[in-house]
Design a protein around this ligand. Sequence first.
Ligand code: NAD
Length: 512
Amino acid sequence: MTARVASTEPTRQTVYTEAMEVFHRAADLIGLDRRVRMELEEPDYEHIFYVTVKMHTRLTPLAAADQPRYKDLPDSELLPDGLEPLLDGSFVFKRRALINANVFMRDGVVRLKGKGLYKVVPGRPERFKAYRVQHNQARGPYKGGTRFHQDVSLDLFKVLAAEMTWKTAIADVPFGGGKGGIKVDPKTLSSEELEALTLRYMYRLKPLIGPNLDIPAPDVGTDGTIMGLLLRQFTDGERERHSLRGVVTGKDTRIGGSEGRVKATGQGLAYCIQEWYADRGSVPAGSSFLLQGFGNVGSNAAEILAGMGSKLLAVNDAGGTIFNPNGIDVPDLVSYVYDNPSNLRRTVAGYPKAEQISKNDLWDVDADILIPAALGAEITGPVAERIKVKLVAEGANGPTTPEGDRVLAKRAIELIPDIIGNAGGVTVSYYEWIQNKRMEHWSETEVNGRLEQAIKSNYRIIRDIARNTPRRTATHNSQRYCIGREMDMRTAAMVLALKRIEAHYQLEGFSQ
Ligand code: NAD
């Protein structure tokens, strides 16, 4: 066994060093070549840059203490179409609000009819911190999502980029790992500001990425619309712009996106859960599950699992938590969250056909499966002590802390680790990228058929590594990857990733 490489820097526990614990554990187990370990221990490149955007004029609610001074201010009538409501209670002011308007303003304060007093805050430029971490490209171009969220950091993007290196290796797609985004809460921006920010981000990013170099995709806070903007900004004015369509994945199907991509991560997770049951001679029908996060991954996983006959009992998201012991009708909840224009936060909170409970109570609900599909580090040690499920199936990236892992193992709660659990997204991103290269468009049946085969065969290899049962079947071959001893599923997944990455260094050698 190789001893762990001594770092030249003093050891400081960060989210990155913590996330790398499993890497070091697996690297020790397989005796990973010392130089390969050093190549993988830190990212190839860490880009930090700034993006400035001109913000629009806003009408923000006047502080309560200042309100008495304006009690005699008459109502102003502005065209509602010209006022875009934001989640912080303010409005973005657009010039068309003044068409046929009746405005009474004093010291920059107006009273909006039926809404109250607002202060006019003139538009001005703002600066946002942006990132792109390119972790490793031994197996192919860097690949990974774009996150727009207020709680991002370089350390977090390093974790997520490294995860992509492992995930692309586990999914056996010819990519490396990357991740990036902007420190911003997109819900506090108008649609035009978000567009401007996205375009400016790509303007800065363009020299660093490309369809054969680094390929972003959606992640928390971004979607197919944002991918369309990134695509346009990257390809604008290029002579062969259609050949560059593969610069981002997760696009709308009408502009080169793949069928099945939107659902792919939830679909991949459902295939893993199906395989977990198949291994026990059973099916998901008749089981029950809890969900954290009702965004892309969570809502799609829920719809697919419900379609397989599993019952959703409770959901927690950023807005609240709901519970119904008789089961929640998933398509109805999807329509409450996504088809209801007054549900600005797109939250499950307030869903009338379920009880509103606290987030803490979620962990006490008895169910077969818990699916974390929101942010990282949610299943901590204390949460892992509380939950009453048989299986944790990770849809989110890094939802379980190392301490949470230890408690789950102690309590014999089984785990489908994130790097295979949510690998469906990047697998179909690869199909999208191939379709773009070949100028093809595959059917959803073809995409899902390939995805099922890819996810289930790699899941079986990981399970064989964990149980140390090397075998070659019609669907998979784990002989090359089992290492002569048993281990937990998370370490097994990492062993598979490292063995696949190491092969490139062993067989291709190092450029000097
Ligand atoms: P999303 O933005 O569509 O949804 C995020 C969900 O998490 C929302 O329901 C939100 O309310 C909830 N949430 C946010 N903060 C929360 C909090 N503090 N507590 C509880 N819930 C909270 O994002 P997504 O694309 O569904 O991604 C979810 C997770 O899956 C992320 O960890 C992401 O990295 C991972 N992931 C996504 C994909 C993909 O294809 N979209 C692929 C692989 C991994």
